[in-house]
Design a binder for this molecule. Structure first.
Ligand code: NAD
Ligand code: WQD
Length: 343
């Protein structure tokens, strides 16, 4: 198939493009590089050429999902069969300060993309949603039969809004087939060490922060709270390997063969605490992670993890890679690229 991947130069997108190309798909990436760099896609091609011995069938287009004229031209020039839609803004704290940017990019951008798709007769879509749509009061583990909940920041609300937009679209138009993939906490990197997560500025997320302490870019990790009602007092999350997550997109794509909108949790089904993450990383890297206990971070939930049964049953997908692999692959990426893609 020929797949349009929006945001394909980003962290999850680049890993998914590798899996698509290795599986023999043709890929067109549309990215405005607001949170990524073209070099990531060069590395993707290198990985694929090493793995397959053939040149990767990858076309890259620099541009914005909000640019309708560009989208119309793209769909005219490339016979796209389906779209995997990663493009968007994802920093929770920033979304509180800049709500309009988040709604414009994440909600407005998706609406424009869907309008262009519909006009071009492309009606198969895999959307990057998030466990955050379950909101603040959902019982754990999260299961897809729960309603979307009360979200606590514009980022989370933008994901819930897009889910609603896509649900309404599918209800109104029986040609559409949509998978809403609710990611839990993706971490890790490609085992080649060539691509990985490269946050700009101070990392918001735990794993890149730990990795930057290990390499000496940050002096110590702040652990946000050790007095939660969890076994060791630190928060628990469901961390999954980004390559497993990438493979989930291929499986979801394969299942887009009937008119429907379906949500799937992509997680391991296991919870791991911040303290356990620190210890596992120390073991994999052989480096000590300096940390201090800091106050709780506003908006953090004590613990959540996935019930991943629906994806197992309907998509034949399961997260296979262990926590040790997640840590080893993060460390390989960080230690061979101390400054990410920037030198
Ligand atoms: P990322 O920032 O690394 O990738 C997003 C990509 O989209 C970047 O390459 C960026 O340049 C591009 N982009 C942003 N706005 C664009 C626009 N208007 N037009 C074209 N390109 C644009 O983020 P990621 O971690 O790879 O996340 C991918 C998707 O998954 C996002 O939608 C994110 O909200 C969602 N998600 C991420 C996580 C996570 O923990 N990383 C969890 C749940 C959901
Ligand atoms: C994990 C744990 C922190 C940093 C966020 C978004 C969510 C999704 C994934 C996109 C928490 C603790 C963190 C640090 C710490 N993104 N922590 N020190 O908050 O579960 O989810 O990213 O959809 O929507 O909210 O992930 O990696 O930020 O935090 O102690 O410096 O690590 O308190 O318990 P989170 P995270």
């Amino acid at each position: 198939m020929r797949i349009l991947v929006t945001g394909g130069a980003g962290y999850i997108g680049s890993h998914t493009v590798v899996e698509l190309l290795v599986a023999g798909h043709n890929v067109v990436v549309l990215d405005n590089y607001c949170n990524s760099a073209p070099v990531a896609l060069q590395r993707v091609s290198d990985i694929v050429e090493q793995a397959t011995g053939a040149q990767a069938s990858l076309t890259t287009i620099e541009g914005d999902i909000r640019d309708r004229a560009l989208l119309d031209q793209l769909f005219e020039e490339h016979a796209i069969d389906a779209v995997i839609h990663f493009a968007g803004l994802k920093a929770v704290g920033e979304s509180v300060d800049k709500p309009l940017e988040y709604y414009e990019n994440n909600v407005g951008g998706t609406v424009t993309l869907c309008q262009a798709m519909d006009a071009a007769g492309v009606t198969r879509l895999v959307f990057s949603s998030s466990a955050t749509v379950y909101g603040e009061d959902a019982p754990v583990p999260y299961v897809e039969t729960l309603p979307r909940g009360r979200t606590s920041n514009p980022y989370g609300t933008s994901k819930a809004m897009v889910e609603q937009v896509l649900t309404d679209l599918c209800r109104a138009n029986s040609r559409w087939s949509v998978a809403l993939l609710r990611y839990f906490n993706p971490i890790g990197a490609h085992p080649s060490g060539l691509i990985g997560e490269d946050p700009q500025g101070i990392p918001n997320n735990l794993m890149p922060y730990i990795a930057q302490v290990a390499i000496g870019r940050r002096s110590e990790l702040s652990i946000f709270g050790d007095d939660y009602d969890t076994p060791d007092g630190t928060c628990q999350r469901d961390y999954l390997h980004v390559v497993d997550l990438a493979i989930g997109h291929l499986k979801a794509l394969r299942a887009l063969n009937e008119p429907s909108v379906k949500a799937y949790n992509l997680g391991t089904g296991r919870a791991c605490s911040v303290m356990e993450m620190v210890q596992a990383f120390e073991k994999a890297s052989g480096r000590k992670i300096a940390y201090r206990i800091a106050p709780r971070r506003a908006g953090d939930l004590p613990a959540f993890w996935a019930n991943p049964s629906k994806a197992a049953q309907e998509l034949n997908w399961q997260a296979k890679r262990s926590l040790e692999e997640m840590m080893a692959d993060t460390w390989r990426w960080q230690s061979t690229n101390p400054n990410g893609y920037h030198g």
